[in-house]
Ligand binder design. Structure first.
Ligand code: ATP
Length: 650
């Protein structure tokens, strides 16, 4: 049983507290299929998110299988499935691959057969077997919603929350999805809550929850709903709602709900907000017995067999037998369905014991370990990378183009450098002559060497930003959904690190080696290469941190571009910074530390030539490494903090 007791979610707006969900009390048994309906903006999604534990500041109690989630923690990832409004699959994967990924992220299974069994069942339950090989990018809206459903069903959750899975669908697709949801509830003893705008197919639901401005206006059988609102058809309920204040509907529902709960064959929800002394005095049990509230005149109503309406007492004679029969027909047999719930999936997969509950203990699928999740996300990342042609071409163009650009600049500037280098090999008069020539061009050489190194550094910084600015922000919705389903942020971050490290190593090494071919660096090549790796790594890590912190990919991109844009002017390599600014800014400029460290790797003569043209002081090689290391660590810290944040957007 899912029980909501005085559930509220309040936000502060312009100094006022606003209840987006207000004091909701309701009970939903296993095997029950319910719809949440109500005008746009009335809090349907907010209620669903609050049940899922996404609105952590909520008040009241959620009891699931007798366990109070506010005392014992939120529902566990595999205890419920949440199908959001947005697509939770990657366009580059196929339907089957998406379901397999979801299954590997959420369920431990021994052997290929067990895994195939889970995938095949999810495909079958959602009617997607025939399009298993199809890419997500070409699926229709309805197919994407069914895929979202399939990706939740892999964990065989006893509670399924579906947010507008029928919106925007044609009547036939809508009808099909609602039937499937009903089957998932009735045939497998699941509690299914579906938020919907549509008032079609209401007869397929066991009960309807009507919300109005965050208040519960009705929860009862679909056939009794028009009567309760004193209208002829379900479609007329929304206009009727507007005729009274939400608080009036709330009070009215509290007054009459027992009658409708009886029709649903459900106990009234407990209400911890009420005074228990009063209950004890009235002889009612305070633990499990349905609670009579002030104003509840259900005894009288039952005696007269009257079905109360919200507008009240002049109710027509109700057809309670019809309601009772409906319920009997649609209600699942508890025992047989419990057995059905222990389906093959559970027999084949590892099961976790949910915390002891008063009602019953539930077997739920066990989450895979951190390493298994890491390997899955990493493999998936590479698959997506190699299938995304546009990104692949962009990366290849940058990888080849940027070093080529640097190499082009070496053609003209390399001569004075050569002379400078040759001067150390010559002897006697020739040496003197060469040195005079080189000294004459030392200014030119210094600026060339400094410029060439800074050019490499800035281009690698740009590559770093390009590597990671969208890496998390671009798929945040999917990550948030997978986090809700049990993906550990650490596994996700680790997969990003491995993927991005490979990019950084490939880009930096290729840049260093390619340019070295045209202009062998006069100094320690490996030390220079290390600086190139570190600056690319630092910028990649910092932009990954930004990407994890930002709500949208555009924000992350913009901030990363600004960050790279400021590297060159604030490095001091072109123009020295004003004295007061230097100590404030320098610690944060990766390009300065990489440039300075690379210049320190040069032979003495070249280093001096750079010092001649630059007023900016160089720092020791080791200090440069330390600062770049700190930048990488800071980026990763931002990354883990950002991933832990709840950035659920919808
Ligand atoms: N975290 C939040 N902070 C501020 N306002 C919020 C928050 N979450 C929801 N809202 C607001 O609460 C109201 C209810 O939103 P919700 O998405 O639950 O409505 P809904 O009934 O699902 O609407 P629709 O049918 O249009 O999808 C809206 O006005 C929305 O802007």
């Amino acid at each position: 049983m899912l029980e909501l007791r005085n559930l509220s979610f309040t936000i502060e707006k312009d100094g006022d507290l606003i209840d987006l969900v207000h004091d909701i009390c309701l009970n939903l048994p296993r095997g029950h299929f319910t719809a949440i309906v109500g005008p746009s903006g009335c809090g349907k999604t907010t209620l669903l998110k609050t049940i899922a534990g996404l609105n952590i500041e909520s008040a009241g109690e959620i009891h699931w299988m007798g366990r109070n989630s506010f005392e014992h923690g939120d529902l566990m990832p595999n205890e419920f499935g949440y199908v959001p409004q947005f697509s939770i699959a990657y366009d580059q994967l196929t339907v089957e691959e998406s379901i397999e990924c979801a299954s590997r992220l959420r369920v431990r299974a021994w052997g290929r057969d067990a895994r195939d069994e889970i995938i095949d069942r999810a495909l079958e339950q959602t009617g997607m077997t025939d399009i298993a090989d199809r890419r997500v990018s070409v699926l229709s809206g309805g197919q994407k919603r069914r895929l979202g459903l399939a990706m939740e069903l892999v964990a065989n959750p006893p509670l399924l929350l579906a947010d507008e899975v029928t919106s925007g669908l044609d009547p036939r697709s809508e009808d099909e999805i609602v039937h499937r949801l009903a089957d998932l509830a009735h045939e497998q003893n699941r509690t299914v809550i579906s938020v919907t705008h549509s008032l079609a197919n209401l007869q397929l639901y066991d009960s309807i929850i009507v919300l109005y401005a965050g208040c519960l206006a009705y929860h009862g059988p679909p056939s009794a709903m028009p009567h309760y609102f004193s209208v002829d058809h379900a479609e007329d309920v929304y206009p009727a709602l507007a005729k009274r204040e939400p608080a009036q509907w709330h009070a009215s529902w509290k007054k009459h709900r027992r009658f409708y709960y009886d029709k649903l064959d459900l106990p009234l929800p407990l209400s911890p907000a009420l005074d228990t002394d009063h209950l004890e005095a009235s002889g009612e049990q305070t633990d499990t017995a349905p609670l009579l509230e002030e104003g509840d005149d259900t005894t009288a109503l039952e005696a007269t067999d009257q079905k109360p309406t919200a507008t009240d007492e002049g109710a027509e004679k109700p057809d309670t037998q019809e309601l009772a029969q409906e319920k009997q027909e649609s209600a699942p047999s508890e025992e047989s369905d419990t057995e059905a719930a222990l389906s093959d999936t559970q027999a084949l997969t590892c099961l976790d014991e949910a915390p002891e509950s008063d009602e019953e203990s539930e077997k739920i699928a066990k989450l895979p370990g951190i390493l298994a999740q890491f390997l899955l996300v990493l493999t998936r990342r590479f698959k997506i990378f190699f299938r995304d042609r546009t990104t692949l071409i962009l990366h290849a163009a940058i990888l080849i183009g940027f070093p080529l650009l640097v190499a082009l600049f070496t053609i003209e500037g390399v001569e004075p450098i050569k002379k400078y280098g040759e001067s150390t090999a010559a002897t006697g008069f020739e040496q003197m002559q060469a040195e005079i020539e080189v000294r004459e061009s030392s200014l030119q050489s210094g600026s060339f060497v400094s410029g060439l190194i800074m050019f490499q550094v800035v281009l690698l910084s740009l590559m770093g930003a390009n590597n990671s600015a969208r890496e998390v922000a671009g798929e945040r919705d999917i990550f948030e959904k997978e986090k809700l389903g049990g993906l550990r942020p650490f596994s996700y971050l680790a997969s990003k690190l491995v993927f991005l490290t490979l990019l950084v190593v490939a880009q930096s090494t290729w840049m260093g080696v390619f340019v070295e071919y045209f202009w062998p660096i006069p100094g320690n090549f490996l030390s220079h290469l290390l600086m190139l790796l570190m600056v690319n790594g630092a910028m990649t890590a910092v932009c990954l941190g930004i990407s994890s912190m930002m709500k949208s990919a555009d924000q992350a991109n913009l901030l990363s571009i600004y960050l790279v844009g400021f590297q060159l002017p604030l490095s001091g390599a072109i123009l020295a910074l004003p004295g007061f600014l230097e100590p404030l800014v320098r610690p944060f400029i990766s390009a300065y530390w990489s440039w300075s460290g690379s210049v320190m790797s040069l032979n003495d003569g070249y280093r001096q030539a750079v010092q001649t043209v630059s007023e900016t002081e160089l720092s020791p090689h080791t200090l440069c490494l330390i600062f770049l290391g700190i930048h990488i660590a800071a980026g990763l810290t931002m990354g883990i903090l950002g991933l832990r944040k709840n950035l659920w957007q919808h």
